[in-house]
Design a protein around this ligand. Sequence first.
Ligand SMILES: *Cc1c(COP(=O)(O)O)cnc(C)c1O
Length: 837
Amino acid sequence: MSNKSTKIHKSEPKNTLLTDLNDDLNRHFYYTLGRDKTEGSRLYLYHALALTIRDRLVAKCRTTNEQRAKQKTKKAAYISLEFLMGRALGNAILNLDLEQEVNKALKQYSVELENVSNAEHDAGLGNGGLGRLAACFLDSCASLSLPVVGYGIRYEYGMFNQSIQNGYQIEQPDNWLREGHPWELSAPEQSKRVKFFGHVESYTDKAGRNHRVWVNTQDVLAVPYDVPIPGYKNDVVNTLRLWKSEATDEFNLREFNEGSYSDAVAQKNLAEQISMVLYPNDSSENGKELRLRQQYFLTSASLQDIIDNWIAEHGENFEEFSDFNVFQLNDTHPSIAVAELMRLLVDDHEMEWDKAWEITTSTMAYTNHTLLPEALERWSVPLFERLLPRLLEIIYEINARFLGEVATKWPGDSDKQRELSLIEEGDVPQIRMAYLAIVGSFSVNGVAALHTELLKSGLFNTFYKLWPEKFNNKTNGVTPRRWLAHCNPNLKSLISNYIGTKWVSNFDNIKSLRRFYDDKEFQDKWYAVKKSNKEQLVDLVKQHCDVEFDTNMLFDVQVKRIHEYKRQLLNILHVIHLYIQICKGNTENMTPRCVLIGGKAAPGYHMAKQIIKLINNVAEVINKDDRAKPYLRVAFLPNYNVTAMETICPATDLSEQISTAGKEASGTGNMKFMMNGAITIGTLDGANIEILESVGKDNFFLFGATTEEIHSIRNNYDPISIINNSENLSAVFKLIESGHFNLFEPHIFDDIINAVKCPSDPWLTAYDFDSYCDAQSLVSNAYQDKKQWLRMSILNTASSGKFSSDRTIAQYSDEIWQLKSDAKKITDKEKLEKQHA
Ligand SMILES: *Cc1c(COP(=O)(O)O)cnc(C)c1O
């Protein structure tokens, strides 16, 4: 799995071992794991099967690396604090096209692949959309044969597991490695040292050059664990390299000799803390020192790895380094990479500052993921000074030179200096990490058209004026392998029967489905697939929520992290509105619905946790009321994760994408639902806008204030008068305030009520309520016309071609990274040969 192709043995073992999957499975089961027939538990079978598949991945990874070493291709490193991978087995079987062989081999153990797959824990090394995007990107890079390495942290504990007790979220640690992680291979010989603390000294060398040296540091070891990333049926296997922190073996000798052996060993804990746990905050900053240590640990180890690989091939000659390397920073989290690359080049490789800066600013590219001010990372200068003293010096130097450039552009404008400085003044000065990323990168991109425009006109406007050429958009996407072919096998077969199978690797082809949107036979089959997917979701909801869903009803789903800007609150207010109609007997022509809401709240996010409690209490009241049963059922699904989404999105009729306009950078859940034939009810926010453009307004339920309207509304927003003037919303508030949903828990929802009624409510929930209800009644009417709904559903899938992450990654590759795919190289070469022939 290592990038290095040094051969230890003259002849490596031939892949003859890998001809018969059945033999390999038995060998791993009986010998590698040492089990016998009585121990055919799904866990051991899962491990034996994973090792069997891994052998094949390792073989392909080796040839992928050998080919690339020969071709000397430019490589990209995707550096991310999060990779929300989910399960690997089913995806690998799909991408390697081993389904039939695996099913045959499992017959002798009398188990179904599905049961074996269920033994795998999700690799939950991410919070939500940002981490899942990184995972989709890795699949697309491999499937497009692009030389891209993912770099992340091998958290011992990933995203917490959520359960619900008395309606409240309970967090449990996610010990995902406990039963072993068969996909990874460690390479301890390639460990890197990462420095912390200490201080900086200077010395002058014989040539009279001044040097800064970072000394007396407390070092931590970064040990790499490589996870194979298979491309779709193309023999390419890329690598995700995850770093684990370990103590160096150098104990504090003085302590050791003074007899404090155990104290010295206990120091190990400090080092090992770094990769212990993922911070469970989505879209909000984390001022903790340990988080900064994680960021520096990942960045330093990854950059050292790439530089060591470079030196192994080119020696200390960095002339062409930026022709062969590019780094994509996934959000501001790894932005210290800008300063760290400078440190490595200037201090460790003795390069002149200007030369090093040239390399840094032609290899770093930054993706911004959010406009929420609370997510913009800033670190206090005193913390930096203590933890990373040499990096602080470098940031000061970058800033001084940058502010010189600002002064040239805007002479004498000290406001501009203050506004753009990497250091924010104040009682405790802060380092603006996003600014460091912008100054040090040649590319700054947003993740949907609207988001990029808002970056240019708002948050980063002055930087845009300074360097308009740096800014570009890359609308997010999701991989159609996991999010259609793998998670919705019946739809995959139906689609392939009508338009062939090319769409799986060339998702543009999905548009040929358009031809059949009005075809009765196709519609009937489409309906049958949706219905059977809904049965699967019924089982899941029954098992985890003890609520009975009914496949004949409209499945209305909102699953995503719980956040005020995503407005799960607006959703539950509408549910209460429907319940009031039922109680009043206004049920004539009502479309029966099952409403599913799921998602985790950050453990310290009070309001998000209150919203979960409200949803659960409302669900409990409605589900207990016999009057509601024929029309409305509500469930909160605990522990929403990648694997849950694989059952949810194929079964959804209505996709809820109802964030306050201008707040959701892109969204990717919206795309997974669309691919699987759900129709969106949504605001003009993030990628919803592009979904609406692709599918047309007749096949999308649009509502709510636009970003522009929101700006003017905020000035004199009066939610109380909005509530008073809305018959529906005032009835909803009356019911909540009467304590109907918290009879024995007085006042628990006061915070929520006050938040909606507050004139400074940033999310404008009351403002959008009536518009949302109107759109929802259009949904209800549309669902009653089964044929019409099926047309819309088919057209949504058929119009989802743009939202493949293959399209996104092709744009990153062409417009930012300038990579050539291995496959393209070969075809180019063939073309040349043909020309010459
Ligand atoms: C796709 C996905 C997300 C992102 O959902 P949004 O609706 O875009 O916020 C979050 N979590 C999981 C598990 C996902 O699969």
